[in-house]
Write a protein that binds this ligand. Structure first.
Ligand SMILES: Nc1ncnc2c1ncn2[C@@H]1O[C@H](COP(=O)(O)OP(=O)(O)OP(=O)(O)O)[C@@H](O)[C@H]1O
Length: 593
């Protein structure tokens, strides 16, 4: 029920913009319903008039007075009503399609814009596939339901009400006879829907597991190939896939059963209507022509009467999927946005120092990761963060750029807490080179000028030269115009990081955060990265997460983190002299290199 209410709120929000369209849909729904339920009346009337005509015509006494005027009139009215109904439904269909396409478009745009406003926490806590599914299956389900079920739900309910009213207007007894089987039909519909829902829910959850498995296997393909585990991977896939097949089969059988069942019920009902109509004619309750007309009219009513029940029940799955989709999209929209303080301090540069003061932080409330970390760096100096894996180096970096907020203590630039700073100005002055550098689709040029689209060619090339990647780019046939997803120019991790360094150099940040690439870097590229890092760090306030201690020998300060605490601080010589954790780490690394 909560899902349902949330879905109503969600759709109401997106339909708000289409008030006129919705008003027209209501008008045309009422109109086409009226036309649809009135057409059988004229059908009945034309049969009745034909009957009357035949009785008069076949009687020699009255044959001369027989004429077909009334029959023609009734027939004409029937054709006119059916044609008007078709036109009205066509117009309604067009308006509905316009509303569906535009509102789904609004949802997609809104969703994407929402993602851009969201905190890093959301992206850290959700898998890419899960986020992507909001744009694909959830929006598709909503669109399909809007096109084929949501509007239809209203028009079908209107049709049912219209038919009931019309039937009682025409003949109360026949109306009760037509409706007598309703409780049985509803009971069957509810029973089938309950079963169908059970398996459709199961199908959705099994598809979720299957997608999760595929996602994981694609990400881990390297490990699978390395360990020769392809057969095992396929075997597990087959198990997941088989569960999906079974649930899909049962779901389809149960939801597919409804249509033939309801069609059968409708036919039986028509037979009952003919039987009772015939009985009324034979009993002499009604004239034969009237009874004949009534039978034809109620045959049509009977078929129409079952149409809404059949349509609503057979689109129930679609509605259910749309409700789930709306619920899942609402969940995204309810996520908190990244907040920038109103009238926050606009950072224009670093004058003195960047400081972490007694910072306590945990990603989850119950698990603190940093326990009172204090680090400061003076303008133009370089601080290196070292420590074992999981010690909290990346976490410190996340706090400097305000990806997350501290639980206690503070992060400040020239004494101003980052929480009081205008977020955009903070991010404008902080440059980050991530360990796993990201390249966006487009050319090498696009990727380097990403943060400064109006950069001149000279600026771009100068950045690439400082990042030690210019020579490599020149060896490519298309140089800076090479597209990064070109299969002939697959970039190594090191080359990607060099491009990323060039991108950062171009934005000329006041504070640089650099997470050194550790994996897949050959010694030549490693030397290039080191030179590029030196160039970018030169005279710039920087935090470097170093994995190779060689890189940071010249750092102004080395901060050793262990289990979320600073255990040593000083320059290389001082730390070696301390003969502590750093000295041991350094000696061990030098032995291996
Ligand atoms: N998004 C997150 N949500 C929850 N816990 C996290 C998250 N990111 C990191 N952690 C946890 O925080 C701790 C510190 O991780 P962090 O990435 O800062 O370490 P690190 O020193 O940078 O490690 P590495 O050298 O392996 O990159 C780890 O125990 C990790 O499990």
């Amino acid at each position: 029920m909560a899902d349902f209410l949330k879905a109503i709120k969600f759709f109401a929000h997106y339909f708000k913009r289409f008030k006129l369209g919705l008003f027209l849909v209501v008008v045309f729904t009422v109109l086409s319903t009226y036309l649809q339920v009135k057409a059988p009346v004229y059908m009945g009337n034309s049969i009745q008039e034909m009957g009357n005509y035949l009785f008069v015509k076949l009687n020699p006494m009255t044959a001369a007075h027989a004429n077909l005027d009334k029959f023609h009139h009734a027939l004409l009215m029937m054709v006119a009503f059916v044609m008007m109904m078709a036109v009205s439904m066509l117009i309604m269909g067009i308006i509905q399609s316009l509303i569906s396409a535009n509102s789904v478009n609004d949802m997609r745009t809104g969703l994407f814009a929402k993602l851009q406003r969201m905190t890093i926490r959301y992206f850290d806590e959700h898998q890419d596939g899960e986020i992507l599914a909001r744009f694909t299956s959830d929006l598709d389900n909503i669109f399909n339901a809007m096109n084929q079920a949501i509007f239809q739900l209203f028009s079908q309910i209107a049709l049912m009400v219209g038919i009931i009213i019309m039937m009682f207007q025409q003949n109360v007894k026949m109306a009760w006879i037509t409706m007598a089987s309703t409780p049985i039909a509803l009971l069957i519909a509810v029973l089938v829907i309950v079963q169908a829902k059970k398996y459709v829910d199961l199908q959705q959850s099994e598809v979720g597991h299957l997608n999760g498995y595929i996602n994981e296997q694609i990400n881990g393909e390297r490990v699978i190939i390395t360990n020769g585990l392809q057969a095992e991977s396929i075997a597990q896939f087959t198990q997941h896939n088989d569960k999906v097949r079974k649930a899909t089969f049962k779901g389809q059988v149960w939801s597919g059963i409804l249509f033939p069942l309801m069609s059968g019920m409708s036919l039986i009902n028509t037979a009952v209507v003919i039987f009772f109509g015939g009985a009324m004619a034979l009993n002499g309750d009604l004239s034969r022509a009237t009874a004949l007309g009534l039978i034809v009219m109620f045959m049509s009513f009977s078929q129409q009467y079952y149409q809404p029940i059949t349509n609503i029940t057979s689109t129930y799955n679609m509605l259910q999927l749309a409700i789930t989709g709306a619920h899942r999209l609402s969940e995204v929209f309810e996520q908190i946005d990244e907040v920038s303080p109103t009238n926050g301090h606009v950072l224009t540069g670093i004058e003195k120092q960047v400081k972490l003061d007694n910072v306590h932080f945990g990603y989850q409330a119950e698990r603190e990761i940093l326990h009172g970390v204090s680090v400061d760096v003076n303008k133009g100096q370089m601080v290196a963060l070292v420590g074992p894996t999981g010690s909290g180096k990346t976490t410190v970096m996340n706090l400097l750029n305000r990806f997350y907020d501290v639980d206690a203590g503070s992060v400040s630039f020239d004494g101003i807490d980052v929480r009081e700073m205008d977020l955009k100005s903070l991010r404008d002055h902080v440059g980050i080179v991530l360990q796993d550098s990201v390249l966006f689709s487009g050319t090498i040029r696009d990727n380097i000028v990403f943060g400064k689209p109006n950069a001149t060619d000279e600026e771009m090339i100068s950045a690439a030269k400082q990042a030690n990647i210019h020579e490599f780019i020149e060896t490519l046939p298309k140089g800076y115009e090479t597209t990064v997803d070109d299969e002939n120019s697959v970039f190594s991790t090191g080359q990607k990081q060099l491009l990323s360094i060039a991108r950062t150099i171009l934005t000329n940040p006041d504070l640089l955060i650099l997470d050194e690439a550790t994996s897949n870097v050959d010694t030549v590229t490693e030397a290039k990265i080191q030179k590029a890092m030196e160039a970018v760090i030169q005279g710039r306030t920087s935090f470097v997460i170093a994995h190779r201690l060689k890189t940071i020998l010249s750092a102004d300060k080395i901060v050793v983190l262990k289990d979320g605490e600073v255990i040593e601080q000083g320059n290389h010589q001082e730390l070696l002299a301390e003969k502590g954790f750093y000295a041991e780490l350094y000696t061990n690394q030098m032995v291996f290199e």
